[in-house]
Design a protein around this ligand. Structure first.
Ligand SMILES: Cc1cc2nc3c(=O)[nH]c(=O)nc-3n(C[C@H](O)[C@H](O)[C@H](O)COP(=O)(O)OP(=O)(O)OC[C@H]3O[C@@H](n4cnc5c(N)ncnc54)[C@H](O)[C@@H]3O)c2cc1C
Length: 415
């Protein structure tokens, strides 16, 4: 008999889990915001470990406007090429690395979770989405989920409970935002104290259209123009000890470019940016990089939607699972974007739900969730450790070893 599965949160982790679980089980996803929540227009990179799993789910790269990336290029702040590091991701790890607009990626995951089964060529029923429904508490032992409106459900089995933030944090225009890093519900599963920690860096993020840049500059810089960029992820580095850098990669068939602009957090800001959807101050971003080359300055100057985020992560948790509940995604293993592995880990988590095999009984669930915990936690702990090391600076050999470890993963059955 199919398990009744309640997933809390329709972020990247929740939707990927819904796609895996819908084939053999009855899945309901509870989302505190609307159906198009938590997207943001900025970019996200999926590496071969995530892409291999996504492809097995029927992921359509064209719908997601994904651009393949074939390595890295470093430039100085004047735009001179310092290093080219080509990587044949597909040849080496079995799939491309792809960059996407975050909103396009989530839309594609939403399709995979909720489209009619015949459209996807799979068995089972679409996951049911229940939006504008905040979860305020859970009882992991009984599998109970409690909502803000006073109601509750008891899933036959509650699996993959994605316990994320339910703070009423608002942006300047009054939108409620939430993300997986700040999870108060996490404490229902993990009793020890676990709070996200800032790593001292702040990141401005913008996605800018090629059209607007051509209008403003009359051309695309060589690290953007598809004829010269060679599908690299580009990093422009200040190189003056100030730790300022800008990572740029193409989105939506090269029509957009994501810019992640990193610099040490200014203590004088006097406010805490706990949500990665917080609106940023474009002028501050422009001023921070005002000694970089003209094209970059000009590009940042025409940015319209500026987001800002103080980078933070979570120490490895002692366990992710209690009774019938399990944490996945950022609620379990938030990490900074220095390796671009956060959502890749969430996709791997989702893949591990294949272990909730068809015909599994309600009584067997607790053991399987423990098994998933035992498989996933050590791997994400290593990726977290490497991501922290990367922020401090690592050698090229270490970087290649990290890529091998991250990208070489082939899913829960093959490791
Ligand atoms: C600047 C930046 C750049 C990044 N770049 C990359 C990258 O290139 N590659 C990569 O792999 N990762 C990247 N990441 C990490 C990646 O974005 C996260 O790992 C990923 O979004 C985690 O997904 P999630 O589903 O766990 O959480 P979220 O995406 O935060 O989703 C949580 C969902 O739960 C909902 N929710 C919250 N509380 C409740 C509640 N009480 N009841 C109901 N619903 C609720 C929220 O509304 C939201 O929809 C980046 C992160 C940042 C900040």
């Amino acid at each position: 008999m199919a398990l009744q599965i309640a997933i809390i949160g329709s972020g990247l982790a929740g939707l990927a889990a819904a796609r895996i679980l819908r084939v053999h089980h009855e899945v309901t996803v509870y989302e505190r915001s609307g159906p198009d929540t938590a997207t943001g227009g900025q970019g996200i990179c999926l590496f071969p470990n995530g892409i291999k799993i996504l492809q097995a789910m029927g992921f359509d790269r064209d719908r997601a406007g994904a651009v393949s990336c074939h390595g890295y290029r470093t430039f100085d702040k004047d735009g001179n090429l310092v290093k080219d590091f080509p990587v044949d991701f597909k040849g080496k790890y079995g799939a491309d690395t792809m960059a996407m607009k975050r909103s396009d990626f989530r839309d594609e995951l939403l399709r995979l979770a909720t489209a009619p089964s015949e459209d996807l060529g799979i068995q089972g029923s679409p996951a049911k989405m229940v939006c504008d429904t905040s979860v305020v508490d859970v009882d992991p032992d009984e599998g109970l989920v409690f909502f803000k409106n006073g109601s509750s459900v008891q899933a036959d089995v509650v699996v993959g409970v994605l316990l994320t933030n339910w703070y009423d944090r608002k942006t300047a225009d009054g939108k409620i935002v939430a993300n997986g890093v700040h999870s108060r519900l996490r404490h229902r599963i993990v009793s020890s104290s676990c709070q996200p920690k800032k790593n001292g860096m702040t990141c401005y993020r913008v996605a800018i259209s090629a059209e607007s840049v051509k209008e403003a500059l009359g051309y695309l810089p060589e690290w953007w123009d598809p004829r010269t960029a060679d599908s690299r992820i580009s990093t422009l580095i200040a190189g003056d000890g100030s730790k300022r850098m800008v990572a740029a990669y193409p989105l939506r068939h090269y029509d957009y470019m994501n810019f992640s602009c990193l610099f040490p957090t200014r203590q004088d800001k006097g406010h805490v940016l706990d949500s990665w959807f917080a609106d940023g101050d474009r002028q501050e971003m422009v001023d921070t990089f005002n000694d970089f080359s003209y094209p970059l300055r000009k590009i940042l100057d025409i940015a319209t939607e500026v987001k800002v985020w103080e980078l933070q992560d979570l120490d490895s948790l002692p366990h992710w699972n209690k009774g019938r509940a399990i944490l996945i995604g950022d609620a379990a293993h938030a990490m900074t974007p220095m390796q671009g592995q956060g959502s890749n880990m969430a996709i791997e988590d989702a893949d591990s739900f294949h272990l909730l095999r068809p015909g599994i009984s309600r009584d067997e669930v607790k053991e399987v969730l423990k098994q998933i915990d035992g498989i996933r936690r050590p791997r994400t702990a290593r990726v977290l450790r490497d991501t922290r090391a990367m922020a401090k600076g690592i050698s090229m050999d270490e970087m290649i070893a990290n890529l091998d470890f991250n990208c070489g993963y082939n899913g829960v059955f093959e490791g």
